[in-house]
Design a protein around this ligand. Structure first.
Ligand code: GDP
Ligand code: IMO
Ligand code: MG
Length: 433
């Protein structure tokens, strides 16, 4: 039996991870965010009610589940409190069942200002970040100067270290970026009242997880972003600043690979990307309009229009290998309803040499062209279908082809935004390793 399941994005984020986490956490005891921060936007729809979570793990809508924000996540205390309060308006209370690692780096105002100032200075070379301060916060961690959640417990040293770090940032913000400075006294003034609200949540979350594993509890690890936004394996430099591939689970929680029983790759039935960077199957035609409109492809965090394209199976196969995926969950199949034909990119061709290339370097991306296989679409509505057998033949054919190409099973299919719009092809908790 699989107790501990990782759910991560195989593309460029927004694959529908939040919905799948919500569905699978129903049968689990813990749900854990392990990387990223409030750059994520995970949408849950339950009985027509929509909730978007950026930082709090998506499974917490289930009232008996314990949520963990582990050490790999960069945490804005303000965002955290905002989300706790938002959930309370939906009658969801996280008191005594949400824990935050004392080692999580903090995101504070100077990170956000630096993120914004850098993007502005980069001009046409900007990355298109979410402007949430993610990059600068991870830089502080790697540079060993970060203030961490645990530091909130000691007001005196917090104030001294905060003043020093603000001086460091203001020097760059003002002198180099010609940006407005931040005031450490204001940051401290705003920060202090948040401490009382989260003090009891601050824990050694690694120990909590080790105890849970020893007690045979089921744990869902919830990824943020997608594999090609990964700092090491993504389309660098157009990436985020954390490991959104499988390694992030291990370093971001302190749970070893032996404890991960099944790794689910969430894959949109087509592709999207927000922000800049390579996107070989990108479309600019009526199919893009179809995906945008039918799939509501606008960012859950920034509201930006998502770029859209056909499913990129070259990238997906790479994702299968990088993450050691056990199986796939194909989401948004219903968005393909009504298309006359559907394409899958199965190879990249170099437009100069006409050679087929396996996976491009950053400079090579602009010289590649996707090679497609084309399949007939379907007219029947798949929205809300709950059994594989009820899908149109052409839709099952599309799923089968994805399995053939990737060489791993499609174990779950999502057929709509609502929690109930889902086909469990196999019960992944009961698949033998
Ligand atoms: P995440 O970041 O991976 O959690 O994904 P987002 O929440 O940013 O974006 C996914 C969007 O697709 C959200 O608006 C979801 O409500 C929606 N969604 C998820 N699964 C499905 C599905 O199977 N069909 C449709 N039509 N929408 C879905
Ligand atoms: P979820 O978890 C899609 C993208 C940004 C930008 C790049 C770097 O909802 O799938 P950052 O603010 O992280 O420094 O931005 O990464 N990005 C996402 N795109 N979904 C996300 O999260 C993303 N988080 C970051 O648009 O291109
Ligand atoms: Mg999202």
């Amino acid at each position: 039996m699989n107790k501990n399941i990782v759910i991560l994005g195989t593309q460029w984020g927004d694959e529908g991870k939040g919905k799948v986490v919500d569905c699978l956490t129903k049968d689990s005891s813990y749900v854990v965010r392990y990387q990223g921060g409030h750059n994520a936007g995970h949408t849950l729809v339950v009985n027509d009610k929509k909730i978007i979570l950026h930082l709090i793990p998506s499974g917490l809508l289930h009232k008996n589940v314990i949520g963990i924000i582990a050490n790999g996540v960069v945490v804005s205390p303000f965002e955290l409190i905002k989300e706790i309060k938002m959930l309370e308006t939906h009658n969801i209370f996280v008191h005594k069942r949400l824990f935050i690692s004392n080692s999580s780096p903090l995101i504070l105002q100077y990170h956000i200002e630096m993120d914004i100032a850098r993007e502005k200075k980069l001009g046409i070379s900007a990355l298109g970040t979410t402007g949430r301060g993610i990059g600068p916060a991870y830089e502080d961690k790697i540079a060993r100067r970060a203030l961490r959640i645990g530091d909130l417990k000691n007001e005196k040293t917090l104030s001294i270290r905060l003043e020093k770090i603000v001086n460091y940032y203001n020097h760059q913000l003002v002198s180099f970026y010609k940006h407005k400075p931040v005031d450490y006294k204001i940051i401290l003034r705003d920060l202090l009242p948040t401490i009382d609200l989260i003090y009891d949540m601050i824990k050694d979350t690694t120990s909590i997880l080790h105890t849970a594993i020893q007690s045979n509890k089921k744990i869902i690890f919830e990824g943020a972003q997608g594999s090609f936004l990964d700092i090491d394996h993504g389309t660098y430099p157009y990436v985020t600043s954390s490991n959104s591939t499988i390694g992030g689970v291990i370093t971001g929680t302190g749970v070893g690979s032996k404890s991960l029983d099944y790794i689910l790759g969430v894959t949109k039935a087509y592709s999207t990307r927000v922000g800049y960077g390579p996107f070989p199957t990108e479309l600019f035609d009526d199919v893009d309009k179809h995906f945008s409109k039918k799939g509501h492809e606008f960012g859950s965090t920034t509201g930006r229009k998502r770029r859209t394209g056909w499913l990129d199976a070259v990238a997906l196969c790479r994702s299968v290998r990088i993450n050691s995926l056990s199986g796939l969950c194909i989401t948004k199949l219903d968005v393909l309803d009504g298309l006359h034909e559907i394409k899958i990119c199965t190879a990249y061709k170099n437009i100069n040499t006409l050679e087929i290339i396996s996976f491009p370097d950053i400079d090579e991306w602009k010289n590649i062209e996707p090679i497609y296989e084309t399949y007939p679409g379907w007219n029947k509505k798949t929205l809300g279908i709950k059994k594989l057998i009820d899908l149109p033949y052409e839709a099952r054919n599309y799923i089968n082809r994805i399995e053939e190409i990737t060489q791993i099973p499609v174990d779950i299919i999502s057929t709509g935004p609502d929690r109930s719009d889902i086909i469990f092809v196999r019960d992944i908790f009961f698949i033998k390793k």
